[in-house]
Design a protein around this ligand. Structure first.
Ligand code: ZN
Length: 90
């Protein structure tokens, strides 16, 4: 007589994932608006407009999109100019 045995291994893992979300919008002085403005990273601008990264960068280079560069070399774009130019093109 043959006895079949099945051994089932269950591996449970637990992972804790934490990430911080900066809910406070970044505000910098925008020289073009001559006022304090909400500033977005290029990635955030891409997300908000569903435009491609290159299009955002081209708009910065053309001067259509207000931008500022931090001492660390990070580029931020002015949310007001972003909505102004991309709302118009819709
Ligand atoms: Zn601006």
């Amino acid at each position: 007589m043959k006895i079949e045995r099945r051994i089932k291994f269950i591996r449970e893992t637990e992972r804790k994932i934490t990430f911080s979300v900066n809910r406070e919008p970044l505000r910098f002085f925008c020289g073009a608006c001559d006022a304090s403005a909400e500033m977005l990273s290029i990635n955030e601008a891409v997300k908000r407009t569903a435009k491609i990264w290159r299009e955002i960068v081209d708009s910065i280079e053309n001067g259509d999109l207000h931008s500022t560069e931090t001492e660390a070399g990070e580029i931020y774009v002015c949310a007001a100019s972003l909505s102004a130019i991309f709302e118009r093109k819709k």
